[in-house]
Design a protein around this ligand. Structure first.
Ligand SMILES: [Mg+2]
Length: 168
């Protein structure tokens, strides 16, 4: 029952996601969350580290679309230098923003990875469309109270997830 919330892969940070992992799983494109996945939620622009990682994947032919529930201002500013496809006010985990991203990327859901730090938006949304979901550890521990509530339930899901991994 909880499996719809389980990521296919868990990593510490985006830099752990390399070409090898993507090729092994037949991934041709990425849908990436911004806040607490690429940068802390209060950092306005893409930093060196995430820029370098994105450039590296882009140069290898991996297509990328940013999908954020944050505002247009936030997403446009963040994407200024990156110039990626980007969707703001996405309302993840609803299907619509993911379908829109897939239409930009021109890939099938199975060839597309959804990368994000939240189970109930990023992972759930990606799983609903049968994408390859990758959960990253949130960059900043500073978060809004409503997200902290969600983190409590995320912990419960991850406890079950780990139990299931151990049973394999
Ligand atoms: Mg996030």
């Amino acid at each position: 029952m909880l499996e719809i919330f389980f990521p296919k892969l868990v990593v510490d940070s985006i830099e752990d996601i390399n070409l090898d992992i993507l090729r092994r799983n037949n991934i041709k494109a990425l849908i990436i969350d911004i806040d607490n996945t690429l940068v802390a939620w209060d950092i306005k622009e893409a930093d060196e580290k995430s820029m370098r990682w994105i450039e590296y994947l882009k140069n290898q032919g991996i297509k990328i679309c940013l999908v954020s529930n944050n505002t247009e201002d936030r997403v446009v500013k963040f994407n200024e230098k990156l110039k990626l496809y980007a969707i703001h006010r996405a309302n993840k985990p609803r299907r619509a923003p993911f379908l829109k991203a897939l239409s930009y990327l021109k890939t099938k859901p199975e060839e597309t990875a959804m990368i994000g730090d939240q189970i109930f938006t990023d992972v759930w949304g990606g799983n609903r469309l049968n994408m390859f979901t990758i959960l990253v550890t949130p960059i900043s521990p500073k978060e809004f109270p409503f997200i902290k509530v969600k983190r409590f339930f995320e912990k419960m899901v991850m406890k079950n997830y780990k139990k299931k991994l151990e049973q394999r």
